[in-house]
Design a protein around this ligand. Structure first.
Ligand code: SF4
Length: 382
């Protein structure tokens, strides 16, 4: 079992909080699609013939691609790999699914459904028009709602929305309104992230200069508490720190990341994992496209040491509602690492931020708020 991730590092404009690798210069898009197809062929052995269960187009903005370009990439994958896809996801921006001046002959959601995508992830972030404008998102709330409805009308019954909280000037009432609006749309999955102030972004410059302010820890906590409560009342399972799904609608692709399933990441800046190493492509469109043409994409490779593998196992397992099974940890990483993990967990078990039941360590509700500190305490530094 394996996954394929296709990275589309192009955006029409930049959001003020974003530090992802992507460019607003679209002139290389055509060459880039050809380079993706070359890389898919060049790395045909990377997954060792494992059946490909999930395909995920992420970005950047994959919904910028023409249906013909998406079709070309999908055909390459189907021709080269052993595809038994249960889930084929594409990340979309609302303004692509519900443009201001829609051409009736071009209904993107219907085209995506026809191409075989069966899951759509829509980057809405908030339904508050002032905040959308402040963040330099390209859509408004009416387009966000229309985007979900267009996806539903096209036949998608597995729709995820991304929301953010802790936005500049956002109140708890604003956040409640966003969550209510999202849950009223008949979606199956919700991903919710707190706003991160990344170095070098316009957002961070505005915060440093005092032009903007973001939510303090107390308000952020109240917002996350509300998200936990409202999603539970709506029947969503909290299956990973930032992810909520109706039963059976958890993201298979992302869950596989958290369960160490191998994946091939294709595209500039994409990462791959094959149980022994992580490989990353250059974050440069020209290096990537020229490398693909010459059959020598200049990637970096990191061989994973036993402590890397232990740390990843602990980090990913604790993020999920299934928690960290310490018998499985012992089987995979040996008795000394099992003993180390339990020793480091004691402080948090005493503080009730971790619980140990049936050989499984899980974050408690209180632990969710300090999850990074707990995981860092359990890491092994050799
Ligand atoms: S659309 Fe997504 S990837 Fe592009 S700039 Fe905005 S947040 Fe970043």
């Amino acid at each position: 079992m394996a996954g394929i991730y296709i990275h589309i590092p192009f955006c029409k404009s930049r959001c003020i909080y974003c530090n992802f690798f992507s460019t607003t210069s679209l002139s290389m898009l055509g060459d880039y699609v050809e380079a993706l197809c070359l890389e898919l062929r060049q790395r045909s052995n990377y997954l060792g013939g494992e059946p490909v269960e999930t395909i995920y187009f992420g970005g950047g903005t994959p919904s910028l691609l023409q249906p013909s370009q998406l079709s070309r990439i999908l055909s390459c994958i189907y021709n080269i790999y052993n595809v038994r896809a249960k889930e084929i996801t594409i990340e979309c921006n609302p303004d692509d699914l519900a443009p201001h001046s829609a051409d009736p002959s071009h209904d993107l959601a219907t085209e995506l459904h026809r191409l075989g995508f069966n899951r759509i992830s829509i980057g809405i972030q908030t339904f508050n028009d002032s905040l959308l404008s402040l963040l330099h998102r390209r859509h408004n709330s009416a387009q966000a709602i229309q985007a979900v409805q267009n996806a539903q009308n096209a036949g998608f019954d597995n729709i995820s929305i991304d929301l953010m909280f802790g936005l500049p000037g956002q109140t708890l009432a604003d956040l409640r309104s966003d969550v209510n609006q999202a849950l009223s749309l008949g979606i199956q999955h919700l991903s919710v992230y707190s706003l991160q102030c990344e170095e070098g972004t316009p957002l961070t410059q505005m915060l440093d200069s005092g032009t903007l302010d973001v939510a303090d820890d107390e308000l952020s906590r109240s917002m996350y508490e509300h998200i936990l409560d409202a999603t539970r009342q709506a029947g969503f399972a909290h299956y990973e720190i930032s992810n909520f799904a109706l039963p059976g609608r958890e993201s298979i692709h992302n869950s596989n990341y958290w369960h160490s399933v191998p994946y091939l990441g294709v595209g500039a800046g994409a990462h791959s994992y094959n149980l022994h190493s992580r490989q990353s492509n250059p974050e440069s469109l020209t290096d990537y496209i020229e490398g693909a043409k010459q059959n020598c994409i200049p990637f970096d490779i990191e061989q994973l040491t036993p402590s890397d593998l232990y740390n990843e196992y602990v980090f990913t397992a604790l993020r999920t509602c299934n928690g960290l099974n310490i018998r499985e940890l012992e089987r995979l990483h040996g008795t000394p690492m099992h003993d180390y993990c339990l020793r480091m967990a004691q402080k948090h078990i005493r503080l009730h931020t971790l619980e140990l039941h049936d050989d499984t360590l899980r974050l408690t509700r209180e632990g969710l708020f300090i999850s990074n500190d707990i995981m860092s305490d359990l890491m092994y530094i050799s």
